[in-house]
Design a protein around this ligand. Structure first.
Ligand SMILES: Cc1ncc(COP(=O)(O)O)c(C=O)c1O
Length: 427
């Protein structure tokens, strides 16, 4: 088993480094807040996952939505990863990173006609189709460009993924997929459409899943469905099991689901079925490969709480506000154990009470300008950032050994403001 290393972000002589590079030094030339990714960490998590699946006929499609920076996609595409996309924008990012259309899977509950045409013309491995109207629309799009669209139907197995309710996707009440009891009917419809070719079955029950049981329950239901579909003459060559593998958000812990347990479960369910297993991990690869670096603006004493106000806000990193996510927050220069500590709520500058990164953290006393790292910010971080409060999008950097590069720069504030226009009748 290839062990996933956790030493891509390490303290050296009391200063946090990303691979070989001091974050203190980086922050002298790049204004905080900024994201920083480790190419080595991306490579390690990709390699350890692929290695764990080596006894299975498998292929991997990185879920672009978790971190879609083209440089991140490039690191993974150079290792051989395919991509799972949910929009034409993500599709074009994958292409820009050098991924051929034949290694791109198109997921998503609301693909438009134009998106279908784009992917059909440029090449696609499969569409994961989520509704009856979508299959008719795809058939029409494919006939318009004289192609046959390869299709897996996304099935909703009605399984509780035991994760946060906002990232649960495999229960009957979620908008995703076709209810499992209707799946066979949809396969019959698809079979009779001239420009559709069935290639497999797809599911994705949620994200940040930390127990094996929900995966197992869902995959067992899907295996049963595949037997039944094959008996009815459908050509099911692949099962796309989605993403969802959870990560540890605490630096001290390893993966919540050991990869060897995950792969043996897959083997026990799908092993003898002559199927290609496709996996669409996002967070597992990108989550622990990135940090958000921020500076302290003020330490403010309240009547009941102290507030450490930092320059990153919920617009830059929304996971704590949206999902009640807990991330480790660590000063970039480590203090001596005997240095005085203080209990603080670490908050951003946004005018919302939900702009809180952590409550009641015990941290060394920090002053204006001191740097702090928000850990495990590589997935669903920069991709979900907004310009709320008219704050330009946060920049992104990547390091590899002793090299560092800006991979998305901070837009100039006036570019942001000048996108708005005053109509002639208000001048
Ligand atoms: C269809 C699909 N596949 C894969 C993923 C990736 O999930 P994760 O980042 O949890 O691996 C998602 C994310 O929600 C998804 O919607």
């Amino acid at each position: 088993m290839i062990e996933k290393k956790n030493n891509h972000f390490e303290f050296r002589k009391n200063v946090l480094h990303a691979e070989e590079i001091s974050i203190l030094e980086l922050a002298k030339s790049t204004k905080t807040p900024f994201y920083i990714y480790s190419a080595g960490a991306l490579e390690d998590s990709y390699n350890s996952l692929v290695y764990s699946l080596k006894e299975l006929n498998h292929s991997l499609y990185y879920s672009v939505k978790s971190n879609s920076n083209v440089a991140v996609l490039r690191v993974l595409s150079l290792l051989g990863a395919g991509m799972d996309v949910v929009s034409s924008g993500e599709y074009l990012r994958a292409r820009k990173a050098g991924v051929p259309g034949e290694k791109i899977v198109f997921s998503g509950v609301g693909k438009t006609f134009e998106e279908m045409i784009l992917a059909l013309k440029q090449g696609i491995r499969q569409f994961n189709v989520e509704s009856i109207p979508e299959i008719y629309q795809l058939n029409l799009a494919a006939s318009k460009v004289n192609k046959v669209a390869p299709v897996s139907i996304r099935v909703n197995p009605d399984v509780d993924a035991q994760t946060h309710k906002k990232i649960m996707t495999g229960k009957a009440e979620n908008k995703f997929g076709i209810p499992i009891m209707l799946a066979e009917k949809v396969y019959e419809i698809a079979k009779n459409l001239e420009n559709i070719s069935i290639v497999g079955v797809d599911l994705h029950i949620g994200s940040q899943i930390t127990h094996l049981a929900p995966f197992k329950e869902a995959f067992q239901k899907i295996a049963k469905l595949i037997y039944s579909l094959r008996n009815k003459g459908h050509n099911i060559k692949r099962v796309d099991i989605g993403g969802g593998l959870g990560i540890s958000y605490s630096r001290a812990q390893g993966d919540p689901i050991p990869l060897k347990d995950f792969s043996s479960m897959l083997k026990s369910i799908f092993g003898g079925m002559d199927l290609e297993i496709q996996i669409e991990p996002g967070r597992y690869i990108s989550g622990n490969s990135g940090l958000l670096i921020s500076s302290v603006i003020y330490l403010k004493e309240g009547s009941s709480h102290n507030f450490l106000i930092i320059d990153a806000g919920m617009n830059d990193f929304i996971r704590p506000a949206l999902y009640e996510a807990n991330h480790d927050l660590i000063p970039i220069v480590s203090s001596m154990d005997e240095d005085p500590k203080i209990e603080v709520d670490v908050v951003g500058p946004i005018c919302e009470s939900s702009d809180v990164f952590v409550s009641k953290a015990v941290l060394p006393i920090m002053r204006a300008g001191d740097l702090i790292a928000i850990y495990s910010a590589g997935a669903y971080g920069a991709v979900m950032a907004s310009e709320y409060n008219t704050r330009p999008l946060v920049p992104e950097l990547i390091v590899k050994g002793n090299m560092s590069s800006i991979i998305r720069s901070r837009p100039n504030l006036f570019e942001t403001i000048n996108r708005d226009q005053i109509p002639y009748w208000l001048r």
